[in-house]
Design a binder for this molecule. Sequence first.
Ligand code: ATP
Length: 667
Amino acid sequence: MNNTRHINIVTRLRPPITNEVNDDGVRVTREGDRHFISVNNPRDLTQVFKYPFSSCYDQDSTQQEIFDNEVEPMTEDVYAGLTVTIFAYGVTSSGKTHTMQGTKSDPGIIPRAVESLFQRKRKQANVTLAISYMEIYKDEVYDLLIDRENAPKLPVRENGAGQVFVANLSSQVVDRVEEFHQIYSEATLRRSVASTNLNRASSRSHAILTITVTISDPTLGKALSGKLNLVDLAGSENNKVKSSRFASRLLYSRLKQLTGNDPSRMAESSAINKSLSVLGQVVHALNQGASRIPYRNSKLTRILQDALGGSSVGLLICNIAPAPKYRQDTLNTLNFATRTRNIENKPVINEKDLKPAPKPPMSRRLPQAPARRPSEVPSGLTSRIARPSLTHGPSRSSLPSSTIHSEPVTVNVNIPPQNPPPAPGLTEEEIDARIAKAVETEVARRLAEHEKQKAIETESRVSLEEGPSNSSQKSPVVEDPSSHIGHMSVDEDLRQRLAELEQKFETGNSELRMVSDLSPASRKRTGRAYVALARAQSEKNNLALALELYRKAEAYVPDNVKLKERIIEIEWAVKNGKPFKPSPKKPRKKKTKKTAAAEKSRATGSESVLQDSRDENNAPPVFGSSLLVGSTTASFKRQAEGSEIWETPKRRYKKIRASIEQEDDDE
Ligand SMILES: Nc1ncnc2c1ncn2[C@@H]1O[C@H](COP(=O)(O)OP(=O)(O)OP(=O)(O)O)[C@@H](O)[C@H]1O
């Protein structure tokens, strides 16, 4: 069964707005059942480009028309358990926000779609609607349902099933349309909007509103979970002058005149342009059937991954501004639309198991969820906001369809971190002390575990040496498996291993929960603390424990390349029973004004964790990474000065890896 669906492409031409000349060069015509948009070449106006589309909406078309023809049928898909993504794309001021939000007198797609979803809800039992709303501003994700002062930057993560999600994004159940409007209009006020010369209320961020429709069937113990993602992209702007060092003052002032962008607007603008350019690259790569699609190059494409060549149903509304100054942008938009048309998605029905997942044996019960910190909750919403959900393994679907996607069972409980995040109002020292204490306790526990493990190993070795007669009471490992006692001991051994595994599983989970609850600065501090402890252990040649601690640090700073390299090194040493030799310590240089300033900036959190902790001991890194920030790379350059060949960190890393592999081969 072929269940692929192309992204549906719709173009919309907005009427001219204040002081704008209607451009006859952009026209919509109809030939049979096809529509064409014709655009004059901006450089040679005698040349006309013609783009065919199955549906185009000209200046006279209404919001109602677009909704009825294009969006209404998709709300059916949502109720069927599919994920539907609708994007508004186009140059700044082309009418994206107008199309998505509309006005009070002429509502856009969002209010109309919500109304339609509620209409169906009224006719059907056991339906729940919940909303979440986020914006991607300068490549950072913020929750729009939370006051901006309290809204942290949210991390984008991937679950075991490869689904990308925004961690800690709140979601709110809504029972009535009016309730939705109140929440939505409040949240929209939090969106980053600014006035530019091209648009009085220009969106400076990409906004994604998600409405989740859950239809439960208590008799079957199943629920369908459809989603409607409504995406109002920020508009691209011509800011090229900013990136050109050689741009003349005249050109700069011309562009400033056109966009009205001051430096901070320009920074926003270049972030918008960058993410839109990655979006273009993703579409291009999908068209080419490339083996690597650059989803990870921006948060926007990561979050929209499912809608671009994934399991979502898609509708792209390309908005077009008619004025002559936008002609090149119109061509860009139409080219983007043409390329996106070829993208195929494979929609899947999202089904959830309502039955609680079987509890893992011996697992501890979750303690009662504490109330959310006031900073995380918009006033009056406390009881309705669901914390990030815990997933317990995939559920099995009984529905006979190849398009059914059995989601992991989602348990909407508040999961308190095992070590609760520091309460607001604590001083930096207090936070550090808490982290240090938590890390120390963990290390002590692990040391004790290692000691125990060692004792068991020694015992079994001794009993092996003493011979089988004595071993029955001492070691389960050397038992004669045919004897009754032997069976019991093997059972005991298995049980013990199982308990250890369960404990590991629990600790791992609590670790992840703790990581996601900490602020980026606290995460970095905790990572640094683990690295310092790990180094201390590796210096004592306690490599297994050092490795474990480095891995723990990695949970807090997953992007630290040097840390990853260190883990590989120690893993290799442990595997091959070789001692681990960190690179020799380098005498600390006398502090110059420049290095003091660099250290100060590092202290404010701009440097890598491993580098920070190494600096404390003056130990230069064994490996370097080209991904490191400027000052680190500069320190590598300094180290390499005097050596015959300029050895980049990457080259150095490759060299060491090659020698490790060579040693492996030799063995
Ligand atoms: N179809 C339309 N009919 C009437 N007015 C429209 C239409 N489309 C857009 N407008 C008006 O044009 C102006 C710019 O539109 P809008 O803010 O929606 O653009 P945008 O593409 O979202 O811009 P940006 O990317 O800068 O946020 C607004 O004043 C809006 O009311």
